[in-house]
Structures are given as C-alpha cells and as structure tokens.
Ligand binder design. Structure first.
Ligand SMILES: *Cc1c(COP(=O)(O)O)cnc(C)c1O
Length: 414
C-alpha cells in the first residue's frame, strides 16, 4: 500500500509545473534553449484555453485526417487467439483503427496540433526529426497543407534504408537533410533538430514526433494524441456500455500508447499494457526495450529510461520495425511504470511477424510492424482473460510501408 499523500488522486494531472512526472521528464536543456521552451509553454497554455484553437484542430481532424477513426470488433482474431484456451476464457479483441488516418498512422494527429501552434506563434519555418520517415512524412504533409517550408533531419543510415519515405517527403515539398554524426540514426537526427532550433529560433518551430523531449513537449504531444483514447472511450461505451478491461499499444517513444491510455488513467478497472520491441531478444543488445533493458539517464532534454552502456553512451536500438527503435521512452511512461499504473512487456521480431500474418489472414487488415508487436501481446494475454472481457488495442499504423521488410524476413522474393 502507498502511504496517503504519496499517491496522486488523479493520474491525469501530470506533469508538475516544471515538467516532472515523478523523477522523470523535466527540461534538461542548454541555457540558450530555455527561453524558447518557456515561450512554447506559454503559447501552449494559451492555445489550450482558447476554444478557437480546439475548433480548428477538430475541424482538421475530421476533414483532413479522417477522424473519428472506427472502433472495430475483431471477431475472427478473437476466435483465433481463443483457440486452445480453457473453456470460458479468451477475451474479445477490439481495435482502434488509427491506421486509417491520412498518411497511414497516428503521427498526423500530433503534427496538426503542433503546426497550428507554430502558426499561432507566428513561426514561418518548420523543422522535424525522423527515423523511419513516418513522422517526416506527416510533418511534410502538414507543411504543404499550410504552405510552410520544412526541413527534416534524418540519420544518413536511415536515409539509405528508407528511400520510399525520403521520396514521399520530397514529393510533399520537404528538404531532407541527412545527419552524418554519431550512429547516423534517429537519436542523432533529434540532436541536429535541437541544434537547428537554437540557431534559428526567431522564425523556426520544431515539431517533435513522439511524447519525449524537454517539457512541454511530452505533455503537448500526449494531449494531441489523446484524441485516440477519448474517441475510443466514447465509442466502446456507446457500442457495449462497458469500459475496456485492458488497453494495449506498441511503444517506440510512446506517443500512440499515451494517447490511448491517458483518457483512461483514472478508471481503476482499466488495465494497461505497453509493448516494447524486443528485437532479437532481451539477452543481447539487439532490441529497443528501454524500460526492460535500459536505465534512467538524460537524453533530448528529459530524464527517462534509456538504452545505454555503462559509460552512459546511448546505445542504438534494434527492431524489425523501424518506428520502434528509439533508444528512449517518453517520461510519462517511465513514471507510470515505476508507480505501477501501467504494465509493460515486449515482443520479439519473430513474434511480431507471426502476429502481422495472423491479423492479415483473420481480419483482412495488413498492419504496420509496430502495432504487430501489440497484437503479439494481445494474442498471449487474451487467453488468460474471460470471454466476456474486452481488450482494446491501438492499430496505430498500416502495413503498406512494411511489405518489403516482411517479404525479406519471410525469405520471399517480390
Ligand atoms: C512512429 C510510429 C510508432 C512509434 O511511435 P510512438 O511515439 O511510440 O507512437 C508506432 N507505430 C507507428 C505506426 C509509427 O509510425
């Protein structure tokens, strides 16, 4: 039992005024960045209190992104994962269909919110980091939509291995700048983005792609992505009259997961499971499970669990899914894990590939490899739950981008 006063009476009322979720989060930034961060925070508070800002966001969500996304009862998948379970066991699986959003994933929700904030602040140039390219594509799309120039920082290694998304960004009018420092991947691209921001703050807004970075980014990204959980909560209540028993979502930096979880945090009957990428397994270093295999440190302006060696050098994450290999995790998840409100597990490349194929064949839906990790965890967990219980998982992206990776992993030539 927690002593009185050490446990929050609402899990939703975080972070504190300096951006802390318990010991995590905060704003560990250079002095030169501090005024920018404070300015952003002031503007975000003002936008949050302004009904016109919410109205603009909602309008774009409906007519540009295609929201609300459907809530779907996956009956054949539910039956498939129930096979071999004890009688009366095997939960009902429902999906929040965020893979149907414009640009194919949840990233666009956050990009719309942040570009509206940029415009409100009078900024005329947008920058962003990207790993696999999904956040870069969503950012490039909203920049085209609002006629703002856009520079995307991307590790040189990622540029080479994610050519279709590099081309998409260019079609949408973005300039893609390869980053050749460090491991030449996502973490280095984010460092470069922060550097650009400091140098060009007079006209530039930095759109961060996940619920990480210095305060207030983890909070504002969460708030924009919480549309996922708010819609899902209302939709499930409407369809079944019940709240879900378990929420499940895949975790890279944690934005789609916190977007699903946050509106339910104060519903004590709702369990929550975040699924990290275990790559080739947690025994070696070829994984991206920051909570299961990392320890606390400071990166990109916040304190959280990080993949790092004993000298604090950031390790490169590995996952079959490029969107999950961020070496950190949003600070709110680090806190929710430590206080025990949310449970975290992981799925390997092989488990994700199996789950990917299972969803294709039972429901006629090709998921992205990221949510395939969540589906792998759903399949395991469902048979330990009663058949009148409900699992609600976020299908955070579609699989078009991943078919070549899957073909390669399955040894199929296409
Ligand atoms: C980027 C991405 C992720 C990982 O990012 P989060 O911030 O953890 O949500 C997961 N799924 C898809 C489809 C993505 O594009």
């Amino acid at each position: 039992m927690n002593a009185p006063n050490t446990f929050p009476n609402t899990f939703k009322a975080q972070p504190d005024e300096r951006g802390h979720f318990g010991q995590f989060g905060g704003r560990y930034v250079a002095e030169t960045l501090m005024p920018l961060i404070l300015d952003l925070e002031r503007e975000y508070r003002a936008a949050k209190a302004d009904p016109a800002f919410a109205a603009q966001f909602d309008d774009l969500m409906e007519h540009y992104v295609g929201r609300p996304s459907p809530l779907y009862h996956a009956e054949r998948l539910s039956a498939a994962v129930r096979e071999g379970a004890e009688p009366g066991m095997g939960a009902q699986v429902w999906f929040k269909r965020d893979e149907l959003n414009h640009t194919g994933a949840h990233k666009i929700n956050n990009c719309i919110g942040q570009i509206l904030l940029a415009i409100r602040m009078g900024k005329t140039r947008i920058i962003a980091e990207t790993g696999a390219g999904q956040h870069g594509v969503a950012t490039a799309a909203v920049c085209a939509r609002f006629g703002l120039p856009c520079v995307i920082y991307m590790g040189a290694k990622d540029v080479a291995r994610q050519q279709p998304n590099v081309f998409r960004m260019k079609l949408l009018g973005a300039e893609v700048r390869p980053v050749t420092s460090g491991a030449q991947t996502l973490s280095d691209a984010m460092n470069e983005g922060l550097r650009d921001w400091v140098a060009n703050v007079h006209d530039t807004f930095y759109i961060i792609g996940t619920a990480a970075g210095p305060h207030p980014y983890p909070e504002l990204v969460r708030d924009f992505q919480s549309i996922i959980g708010r819609e899902a909560r209302a939709q499930l209540l409407d369809r079944t009259g019940k709240l879900p028993d378990l929420l499940v979502a895949a975790i890279g930096g944690g934005s789609n997961a916190i977007g699903l979880f946050h509106p339910f945090l104060d519903d004590p009957s709702v369990g929550m499971l975040g699924v990290e990428a275990a790559g080739h397994g947690l025994e070696g270093s070829e994984h991206a499970a920051s909570l299961a295999g990392g320890f606390p440190g400071v990166l990109h302006g916040n304190k959280t669990y990080l993949l790092q060696d004993e000298d604090g050098q950031i390790a490169e994450g590995h996952s079959i899914s490029a969107g999950l290999d961020y070496p950190g995790i949003g600070p709110e998840h680090a806190w929710l894990r430590d206080i025990g409100r949310v449970e975290y597990t992981n799925a390997t490349d092989v488990e994700a590939l199996d789950a990917f194929q299972l969803l294709c064949r039972t429901e006629g839906i090709i998921p992205a490899l990221e949510p395939a990790h969540a589906i792998a965890a759903v399949a395991k967990r469902a048979r330990t739950m009663r058949d009148d219980q409900i699992i609600l998982a976020n299908l955070c992206g579609r699989g078009d981008k991943d078919i070549f990776t899957v073909a390669d992993a399955l040894g199929v030539a296409i």
